[in-house]
Design a protein around this ligand. Sequence first.
Ligand code: PXG
Length: 289
Amino acid sequence: MKIYMNGKLVPKDKACVSVFDHGLLYGDGVFEGIRSYNNRVFMLDEHVDRLYRSARAIALEIPMTKENMAKAVVKTCKANGVSDGYIRPVVTRGVGTLGLNPFTCKKPQVIIIAGNIQLYPKKLYDNGLSIVTVATVRNLSEAVNPNIKSLNYLNNILAKIEAINGGVPEAIMLNAQGFVAEATGDNVFIVKGKTLMTPPTHAGSLEGITRDVVINLARQSGYEVRECMMTRYDLYNADEMFLTGTAAEVIGVVNMDRRKIGNGKPGKITRELAGKFSRFARSVGRPIR
Ligand code: PXG
């Protein structure tokens, strides 16, 4: 395996960062998670744009153009023979002194890993997920804005721990006002009749790229999609519920906080959109070779 590090492809064992990198010391950095399907990188420009928006928000200047970043992603896939894979660009603040001040870090580290992804088993797609609401509140927008895909994922990790301790693989996180924000690594949608609803990103979620694609596919299929604040009550009373994310794609939720959602099986519209998403993802993207 070869890792892209600051312009060079280096063997996995040689791909190391300093213990003085503020990415390690403070979680000071940003990242992305991208899929490739059938030798094409899916939504590459959208992921690169989001990486640069995250970096801008933390005043981190990525030392290359967006186009060169996109090319570096493709090059890393090619060097690793990745066709259907998972790509993790990471930009850290770089090496600095033992102190918070990020301006002691002179050179951001640009790392790209292209490998495989751990997917949910097929059974979970067929039968649907059970999830719980957790006590860990999603980061406040005024603190570390949830739109920043930063290297500090403790907010989501704490929620994930609560979910797993509760015997389920995913969690719903609420914002500080008690409105539904998102899952730990996925956005959430509900279906009521022929209308889809998802929290606006200002409710405390990442601007999910899968979320955007699903909104477009749903509208093209004739469904109304509304971004609206929702409470747990709305989720419990949904006809259908599903999560969207790069890793999960579209996965039905059939149980939340031990309430059966809809008829307790992944819903019809969920299955339709999951199929449409899967076909779309495998038909577009920037060619790897
Ligand atoms: N919310 C959060 C907090 C995320 O981290 C999403 C929503 C979905 O966004 P996208 O753009 O992927 O539709 C994410 C993305 C993993 C993993 O290894 C997590 C993500 C992406 C890829 C892999 O758990 N999170």
